[in-house]
Design a protein around this ligand. Structure first.
Ligand code: ADP
Ligand code: MG
Length: 325
């Protein structure tokens, strides 16, 4: 089982940012309204995520670190993935390649519980102190897989990847407060946004004023597919795609079809080596899309990719031309 976990870890955990993504998604699943992320050494030395979510009982905690025990995936309906987490292997995988410690408090318990997992070996579950929610610490990531450690980039590059993940997730969840500290130069603090324009306010927090002032709104529907968000004017462009944020049914993705469609939409407006800044939300019937293509869940498979591509290219081009470009 330890070997299986280690293999699974290779699929799920590519770099520190993948750990951050898995853990933050778990906090969101737990109904957190505040998620705090602390990192050290580009996430290799330490990743600590604290949330104020529902927490785990002692028996939840025992189950959480067992592989595939918690999967919410309904085998009869692979296309219908309503939860962010569905594979039940993040925690055991992380526990096989790092020092993992979990402290958690469920309201039905008289106190918190904690457990440690290191190289796949679990400690006893012990009573602990925590008033609410869950705190997960991951230390010395990849200590048991030195080959993987060698492939990591500089701390600075890993920190950038971590902030990008937080930005992506934060854009999709304006109601949650996010803080990120310890990542050099990239401290983030997004206050919770309430009300009808919460998405807009969060977008301003994440993308900054230059984007808000130089972007056009997108709101288009083609049959059952809805596209909303903002497309940066061509004058606002970058040398990389770090300012392109795409969500499918609320889930941050980096999908080739959509990224290609964005390139296509700007092809007449931007030189080939420049990248536009965009925030796009694509919402469609869960049966029209399969987000379960790869464990890291960045890629999606549309039932009708050309349909989605047409919508994205058409809506962005129209919005840019209406804005006088
Ligand atoms: P999955 O999210 O696919 O179920 P994980 O390995 O990511 O699998 O998490 C295992 C289980 O641990 C979750 O299903 C959940 O019950 C519990 N869990 C993990 N993180 C948290 C958290 N922050 N708060 C409450 N429960 C959590
Ligand atoms: Mg999960």
């Amino acid at each position: 089982d330890a070997t299986i976990n280690k293999i699974a870890a290779g699929e799920v955990v590519e770099r520190p940012a993948s750990v951050v993504k898995e853990l933050v998604e778990n906090s969101i699943d737990a109904g957190a309204s505040r998620i705090e992320i602390v990192t050290a050494g580009g996430g290799k030395n330490l990743i600590r995520i604290s949330d104020d979510g529902i927490g785990m009982t002692q028996s939840d905690l025992a189950l959480a670190i067992q592989r595939h025990c918690t999967s919410k995936l309904d085998p009869d309906d692979l296309m219908d993935i309503r939860h962010l987490g569905f594979r039940g292997e993040a925690l055991p995988s992380i526990g096989s390649i790092a020092k993992l410690s979990i402290t958690t408090r469920h309201h039905s318990e008289p106190h918190a519980w904690e457990i440690e997992v290191q190289g796949g070996t679990q400690s006893e579950i012990r009573p602990a102190a925590l008033t609410k929610g869950t705190r997960i610490e991951v230390e010395d990531l990849f200590f048991s897989t030195p080959a993987r450690l060698k492939f990591l980039k500089t701390d600075r590059a890993e920190n950038t990847a971590i902030s990008e993940i937080i930005k992506r997730i934060a854009l999709a969840h304006p109601e949650i407060r996010f803080t990120l500290t310890g990542a050099d130069r990239s401290r983030l603090d997004y206050a919770a946004c309430k009300g009808n324009d919460a998405h807009l306010v969060r977008m301003g927090q994440v993308m900054g004023k230059a984007f808000r002032d130089n972007a056009v709104e997108i709101d288009a529907i083609r049959d059952t597919v809805r596209l909303t968000g903002f497309a940066g004017l061509p004058t606002l462009n970058r040398a990389n795609s770090l300012q392109q944020f795409v969500f499918v049914n609320g889930r941050p993705v980096k999908d080739k079809t959509i990224l290609g469609a964005i390139r296509g939409a700007y092809v007449d407006f931007l030189a080939g080596n420049r990248y536009p800044c965009v925030v796009l939300f694509i919402d469609l019937d869960p049966h029209e899309v399969d987000v379960n293509v790869h464990p890291t869940k960045a890629d999606v498979r549309f039932r009708d990719p050309q349909h989605v591509r047409g919508l994205v290219v058409g809506a962005i081009r129209r919005a840019l031309m209406e804005a006088g470009h």
